[in-house]
Design a protein around this ligand. Structure first.
Ligand code: PLP
Length: 404
């Protein structure tokens, strides 16, 4: 069936939608779901999602809000209370200086990123994206008709991103740089000095820096840092936040952006023509999350750190697998190069598929993140799951070595 015709040529979908691929993480989740439905017990390190329930006080705030009928449309950028909570939380934690009209609450961090890219990036623009990258940046940039320019990083140097390396990629078409620290998938955290240099260099050159701070509070070394705190460079900085991981609120779809007023206004225009606003009671819950005690964040982080060390210890027992030590987020990104190039495991995609089918362990292949020698494992799961999954991986890789 054809949806429309252009100049007499039958066309099923827009050319634009063809620039999107289904997220590779979603593909793995679907394959794993099939096995689960068939009754297979999986060690699931696939989806990046906290295993903790949303903290009690946040749930209570949402329940109270529903009871009090906060169930209607709100102002497009979010209620004043939630924008104040966003601005104050960020200022208290990072020393940033945003006003209420420089903040917008969005239906997910992902949508905040999409709005920012839509508002700033045009056909023919170039956007610098460090590798490994979070799956959606590439597709969103391509969707705008722009070109992602990949910054290769060195695993031996902990996937370090420097201003000098970025500068080498800048052309007259460079419009933005997307940074994600701590990184999904590698867990790498940008050095504060590197972050500051990138932000200042970009500002001087009139290039936007989109700072994806989804995991900003999940750092295991030093205090969290935000490029949004370099107030002199603020004109070119867009902070993109999410409550999903920080407060175990993935299903609430709660995110935000902080940026100069004209950028927030442009993002608000998009929100006004799409979702209108986020759910009122979710905004109320977000106020509780952002304004009340942050003890829950510290507790979850402490457990993630233990889980990380257990995952790293498990991986270290598998011969020929190496892994950088992630300093943030909740992923390990082991290098499985030694196991590739074998029949049935030519690529990390094939290896992940075999690990799932034969070892019953869910991982995401590095191809989803722009590298070819890795698997991503999310350790935001129980200690038992990590122990069991690591034992299964050890057995699977031993078997693979024996077959070689
Ligand atoms: N950015 C990164 C790096 C992520 O890993 C995610 C979610 O996995 C997001 C942004 C979006 O989070 P959400 O849409 O749940 O707020």
């Amino acid at each position: 069936m054809t949806a429309s015709t252009t100049a007499g040529v039958a066309r099923e979908f827009s050319e634009r939608i063809g620039r999107f691929e289904v997220s590779a993480t979603a593909v793995v989740v679907a394959e794993a779901a099939k096995l689960k439905a068939a009754g297979v017990a999986l060690s699931d390190f696939g989806a990046g999602e906290p295993h903790f329930p949303t903290p009690r006080h946040i749930k209570d705030a949402a329940i109270a809000a529903i009871e009090q009928n906060f169930t209607r449309y709100t102002a497009t950028p979010g209620i004043t209370e939630v924008r104040r909570a966003i601005v104050e939380r960020h200022a208290a934690d990072f020393g940033s200086d945003y006003s209420l009209d420089e903040a917008i609450f969005t239906t997910s961090g992902k949508l905040a990123i999409f709005y920012a890219i839509s508002a700033l990036i045009d056909h023919g623009d170039e956007v610098i994206v460090p590798v490994p990258y979070w799956v959606s940046y590439k597709d969103m940039v391509q969707y705008m008709g722009a070109r992602p320019v990949f910054l290769e990083t060195s695993e031996a140097d902990n996937f370090r991103i420097t201003a000098e390396a970025i500068e080498l990629l800048i052309t007259p078409s460079t419009r933005a740089i997307i940074l994600n620290s701590p990184s999904n998938p590698s867990g790498a955290v940008m050095d504060t000095a590197d972050l500051e240099r990138v932000v200042r260099m970009a500002h001087e050159r009139g290039i936007y820096v989109l700072l994806d701070e989804c995991y900003a509070y999940l750092t295991y070394k030093g205090s969290p840092v935000s490029g949004g705190s370099y107030t002199e460079a603020k004109e070119h900085v867009v902070v993109l936040g999410s409550l999903s991981k920080t407060y175990a609120m993935t299903g609430w779809r709660a995110g935000f952006a902080l940026a100069p007023k004209p950028i927030i206004a442009a993002m608000g225009k998009l929100q006004s023509q799409t979702t209108s606003s986020s759910a009122h009671f979710v905004q109320k819950a977000a106020v509780a999350a952002l304004s009340e005690s942050q003890q829950c964040v510290a507790e979850m982080r402490a457990d993630y750190l233990k889980l990380r060390d257990e995952a790293l210890a498990g991986l270290s027992e598998i011969p020929e697998i190496t892994c950088t030590v992630p300093e943030g987020a909740f992923y390990v990104y082991p290098n499985v190069k030694a196991y590739l190039g074998r029949p049935g495991a030519q690529t990390s995609m094939e290896l992940a598929s075999r690990l799932l089918q034969e070892g019953h362990v869910v991982t995401v292949p590095g191809e989803a993140f722009g590298t070819h020698e890795h698997l991503r494992l999310s350790y935001a799961t129980s200690h038992e799951m990590v122990a069991e999954g690591m034992a299964r991986m050890k057995a699977f890789f031993a078997d693979l070595r024996n077959k070689a």
